[in-house]
Design a protein around this ligand. Structure first.
Ligand code: F6P
Length: 319
């Protein structure tokens, strides 16, 4: 293996840089050349890349985002979008590739294997933590801590004013980020895509908590569960109380990676590269029970966080 490529795809996640650093440094130890593809799949289509040496990744371990940049490129799924990728691969003559990203990137990675015969190893990186085969994906822990910090701050003003706050948390169709944010902040309510909910029940539970003497409420809404604007409008109309809304949005994707994400990203980036040099491919590296494990690149969806919510209700953590 003389020449490997590396790209970051999909939504950026804190810790992608740490993973990239580990890939470059590990490959360097094997005397291989590393080609960093710019802007993910778009860079592969347009042929924009740079040769990376350890100096290219110095000082990036603690940086948020991705220095390689990223881009949503759904066109890769089509023959027209894939054709220029084939041309770039022919020119680059790569022996393997590490793809750092989420499920969309892994579909792309599997296509690289299938249609272009390129050995690929995937490294899971998305704040959603919705990728099967790993307990955590890079960026989730950082995003969770950002959300916790934000909700704690909102709580101060909610209790001071005696208001209801509806706070929307990212995570696409997967509710784990919202569920864990709710548990860690002692929120009164959480709405998840995986658990059917009715606005009537939400209002009833909040009204009952007020009868028990509460004078504020924090309601976490996973973005895949519904619109925070709808929830806050209905609560205000039905309970006739002061309601405010906060959409955390892309704030959750930025900032320096947590210690947990830095370490996990470094481990996974290193292992992914070592696997390529061992001749393995078509796999994703993940962390299961704190051990690095591999699973196929293409697989089913991850089980939802229903049990997390059930535990929270059993522990009386929600209203
Ligand atoms: O998949 C990561 C994620 O941040 C989701 O939580 C969110 O739904 C989506 O990306 C937002 O995508 P974009 O950055 O393209 O708006």
């Amino acid at each position: 293996m003389k020449r490997i490529g590396v790209l970051t795809g999909g939504g950026d996640a804190a810790g992608m840089n740490a993973a990239l650093r580990a890939v470059v440094r590990t490959a360097w130890r094997h005397d291989a050349e590393v080609i960093g593809i710019k802007q993910g799949w778009l860079g592969l289509a347009e042929g924009t890349y740079e040769t990376m040496v350890p100096g290219s990744v110095s000082g990036i371990l603690q940086k948020g985002g991705t220095i390689l940049r990223t881009f949503r490129y759904p066109q890769f799924a089509t023959p027209e979008g894939a054709a220029p990728v084939g041309r770039t691969l022919k020119k680059l003559k790569l022996d393997g590739m590490v793809v750092i990203g989420g499920d969309g990137s892994f579909r792309g990675a599997a296509k690289l294997e299938r249609e272009f015969g390129l050995p690929v190893i995937g490294v899971p990186a998305t704040i959603d933590n919705d990728i099967p085969g790993t307990d955590y994906s890079i960026g989730f822990d950082t995003a969770l801590n950002i959300a916790i910090d934000a909700v704690d701050k909102v709580r101060d003003t909610a209790t001071s004013h005696g208001r209801i706050f509806v706070i929307e948390v990212m995570g696409r169709e997967y509710g784990l980020l919202a569920a864990q944010t709710a548990i860690a902040t002692g929120a009164e309510e959480v709405l998840l895509p995986e658990v059917p909910w009715k606005i009537d029940d939400v209002c009833r539970r909040i009204a009952e908590s007020y009868q028990r003497g509460k004078h504020h409420a924090l309601i976490i809404v996973a973005e895949g569960a519904g619109k925070a604007s709808y929830v806050s409008f209905e609560i205000k109309a039905r309970l006739q109380r002061d309601v405010r809304m906060v959409v955390l949005g892309h704030v959750q994707r930025g900032g320096a990676p947590s210690g947990f994400d830095r370490i996990m990203a470094s481990r996974l980036g290193h292992h992914a590269t070592e696997l390529l040099f061992e001749g393995q491919h078509g796999l994703m590296v993940g962390v299961v029970a704190n051990k690095v494990q591999t699973s196929p690149l293409e697989k089913k969806t991850k089980a939802g966080p229903k049990s997390v919510l059930r535990d929270a209700r059993l522990m009386e953590l929600l209203v």
